[in-house]
Design a protein around this ligand. Structure first.
Ligand code: IPE
Ligand code: IPE
Ligand code: MG
Length: 252
């Protein structure tokens, strides 16, 4: 039995949907006396490793937060470097995703991205759309509040056109109008780098997520820690507002 398989046996309940806020690339690079982009490059390699681990575990959905709506406020030079890096990464890993039966979906305001990058992301989505293994969402130029505003606008449009009535507006309907409408809510969120905030990541879909904050900077995140987080998750009792006795009754 490999070490990873041994670790996996200790995980009795695997989350369906994991979201990762991959933070700390800049600090990781600075600690090594390098430019920030060096940290982002190391971060991409880490993202690839985590995707491979999730494929092995047969996870259903992984969402990686790669670039937020608010990250547009960074220096132009860093943004350009990141956009080029995203572009190169897609080219480099297309066959890896295909070989591993990964279904890829970019989520965010793709119109804000450079045309070439947008096209490559959409191509990758199209090429992998029939794959039935891991669903990999890449949150890029994404912000949860912006997504919610978009949903509100669409719902109002439908109301005005008479396609919807006010009585039909409920939680499911709002969910249906968000970008993550074809996957389940987040079960587990991991944020690296010691920051204990969500930074506009999937605010609606995280209503009942377990959240795990670690001091580790993203490029230093290792498989061992990932397994420990999953083992921890497996032990957590998610009550969704009810009490323990009710959960036990449901299990019986
Ligand atoms: C996360 O790392 C990557 C992006 C937000 C694009 P950072 O670039 O935020 O790294 P720190 O937080 O400055 O160390
Ligand atoms: C959150 O990291 C966004 C991503 C990891 C893509 P930030 O580094 O942008 O978050 P803040 O600014 O520290 O909240
Ligand atoms: Mg950061």
């Amino acid at each position: 039995m490999t070490d990873q398989n041994k670790d996996l046996t200790a995980i009795s309940i695997l989350p369906k949907h994991i979201g990762i806020i991959m933070d700390g690339n800049g600090r990781w690079a600075k600690l090594r006396g390098k430019r920030r982009i060096f940290g982002h490059e190391a971060g991409v390699i880490k993202a690839k490793e985590v995707v491979e681990q999730c494929v092995k575990m047969k996870l259903e959905v992984l969402t990686l937060y790669a670039f937020s709506s608010e990250n547009w406020s960074r220096p132009r030079k860093e943004i350009n470097g990141l956009m080029k890096l995203f572009e190169r990464t897609i080219g480099k890993y297309t066959s890896l995703l295909i070989d591993n039966d990964v279904c890829f979906k970019p989520v965010g305001n793709l119109d804000m991205l450079p045309e070439v990058l947008k096209r490559k992301l959409e191509q990758m989505e199209a090429i992998t759309s029939e794959n039935s293994g891991l669903r990999l969402n890449l949150a890029i130029a994404y912000g949860a509040r912006q997504d919610i505003v978009g949903a509100v606008k669409t719902i109002i449009d439908k109301l005005e056109k008479g396609e919807l009535s006010k009585e039909e507006i409920n939680e499911d309907l709002v969910s249906d109008h968000l970008s993550f409408n074809d996957v389940s809510d987040l079960d587990l969120i991991i944020r690296t780098s010691g920051e204990t905030r969500l930074s506009n990541f999937m605010l609606w879909e995280s209503a009942y997520s377990e959240i795990y904050f670690t001091e580790t900077l993203w490029p230093s995140f290792e498989e061992q820690e990932f397994m420990e987080i999953l083992q921890n998750y497996s032990k957590s009792e998610r009550r969704f507002g009810s009490i323990k006795d009710q959960i036990d009754l449901k299990k019986a």
